[in-house]
Design a protein around this ligand. Structure first.
Ligand SMILES: Nc1ncnc2c1ncn2[C@@H]1O[C@H](COP(=O)(O)OP(=O)(O)OP(=O)(O)O)[C@@H](O)[C@H]1O
Ligand SMILES: [Mg+2]
Length: 306
C-alpha cells in the first residue's frame, strides 16, 4: 500500500517496520462492517499506525471521524464519540439526504452541528430510555455518514457510557462503518472485549504491536538523529546474563544523559536494547559489560572532566 506523508508532530518522517500490521489493519477496514483493536504499550506506535493508514493516498476519499479519550480523573460521558461527531458537520451539510429523526436526540449534546441534525426530541422521563435513544441516534448518524472509518483513540480512558455504546455499536453496526480502537495493553482487559468478540458482523480483529526489532530501532534512531549510527558489536543484549544486563541498562541510562536527545518511544529513560553508546568514555562505561575501550564520536558531547 502506498504511504502518505507522515503525520505532523511525528518523531520520524518514515514509518519504520509495521508493514504486516498496516496491511492487516487495511484489510480489516477494507471489508466493512469491521471492528479492529490496535493494542500495545504506551508509545509503541498505535496512533502512528492508524495515522499512517488514514494518510494512505488511496484512502483520501474515505470519510473518517476521529475521537480522542482524555486521561481525566472522571472521564466525560461519551466524550470521544461526541468529539468524533463534532467534525461531521460539513459531511452532513453536503449529504442533503434525510436523516433518521432519532438522530435529533444528539442535538442537545452537539450544539456545534445541531443545525444539520433533525429537531431535538422531547426529553424522556426514564434515564435509561433516554440513554437508549442516544445510542440509537449515534448509530443512525454513523449509518448516515457511511462509508466511514470511526477511530477512537485510547479507549482505556473512556467512560463506562462509551464502553456501553461500543458494545451496542458492535451489536448494531451499520454496514458501511469500520471501527478502529486504540488501547494500551497495560490498562488491562477492556470491558467491551467480549461484545467485540461476539459482534454479529464477525469478531473484532486485534492488531497487537510488539516492540520494534533492534535493527528497526536503529533505523528509527538513525532517522531521528539524521546520522548513521555506530556499528554495534555482534552480541545482542538479550544474550547477556540478567545481572550484567541490568548494570548495562543503568550504565546506558547515565550515558544517554550526556548524549544527543534521543528517547525510545517505548522507553522514556533509555533504549532498552541499545548497544552501549560509544560516546560515554568514562567511568560509567567501566561498569558496562559491552564496554572495551570506548571511543568518542564527533556528534557526542565530551563528558565533563569534573
Ligand atoms: N514504526 C514507527 N516508525 C516511525 N515512528 C514511529 C513508529 N512507531 C512510533 N513512532 C513514533 O513514536 C512516537 C510515539 O508513537 P505513538 O504516539 O503512535 O504511540 P502510541 O502507542 O499511540 O502511544 P500512546 O499509548 O501514548 O497513545 C510518535 O512520534 C510516532 O510517530
Ligand atoms: Mg496514541
Amino acid at each position: 500500500m502506498p504511504l502518505g506523508p507522515a503525520p505532523s508532530g511525528s518523531l520520524s518522517d518514515v514509518l519504520v517496520g509495521r508493514r504486516s500490521e498496516l496491511a492487516l489493519l487495511r484489510s480489516v477496514i477494507g471489508s466493512p462492517p469491521a471492528l479492529a483493536l490496535v493494542e500495545g504499550e504506551a508509545g509503541i506506535g498505535k496512533s502512528r499506525l492508524v495515522a499512517e493508514l488514514l494518510a494512505a493516498p488511496d484512502l483520501a476519499g474515505t470519510r473518517r471521524l476521529v475521537g480522542q479519550c482524555e486521561q481525566l480523573q472522571e472521564p466525560l460521558p461519551l466524550s470521544p464519540l461526541l468529539d468524533a461527531f463534532r467534525s461531521a458537520g460539513a459531511g452532513l451539510a453536503r449529504s442533503g439526504l434525510p436523516l433518521n429523526p432519532v438522530a435529533g436526540a444528539l442535538a442537545p449534546l452537539l450544539p456545534e452541528i445541531a443545525e444539520h441534525l433533525p429537531p431535538p426530541l422531547p426529553p424522556l422521563p426514564d434515564q435509561r430510555a433516554e440513554r437508549h435513544r442516544v445510542f440509537r441516534a449515534a448509530v443512525a448518524l454513523l449509518d448516515h455518514l457511511g462509508p466511514l472509518v470511526l477511530v477512537l483513540e485510547d479507549v482505556h480512558w473512556a467512560d463506562a457510557g462509551t464502553h456501553d455504546f461500543l458494545a451496542f455499536l458492535a451489536a448494531h453496526q451499520p454496514r458501511d462503518v469500520a471501527v478502529i480502537l486504540t488501547v494500551r495493553t497495560e490498562a488491562g482487559l477492556l470491558p467491551i472485549r467480549e461484545a467485540f468478540a461476539r459482534a454479529p458482523s464477525g469478531p473484532a480483529r486485534t492488531i497487537s504491536l510488539a516492540p520494534l526489532s533492534l535493527p528497526e530501532v536503529e533505523e528509527l534512531a538513525g532517522g531521528v538523529l539524521g546520522a548513521e549510527l555506530p556499528a554495534r558489536s555482534p552480541a545482542p543484549s538479550t544474550r547477556r546474563p540478567a545481572a550484567s544486563r541490568s548494570s548495562w541498562r543503568r550504565c546506558c541510562a547515565r550515558c544517554w544523559s550526556g548524549c544527543p536527545p534521543v528517547r525510545s518511544p517505548a522507553a522514556p529513560t533509555c533504549w532498552p536494547t541499545w548497544p552501549c553508546p560509544p560516546c560515554c568514555g568514562t567511568s560509567c562505561c567501566s561498569a558496562c559489560p559491552r564496554s572495551t575501550t570506548p571511543r568518542r564520536r564527533s556528534w557526542a558531547p565530551r563528558p565533563s572532566s569534573a
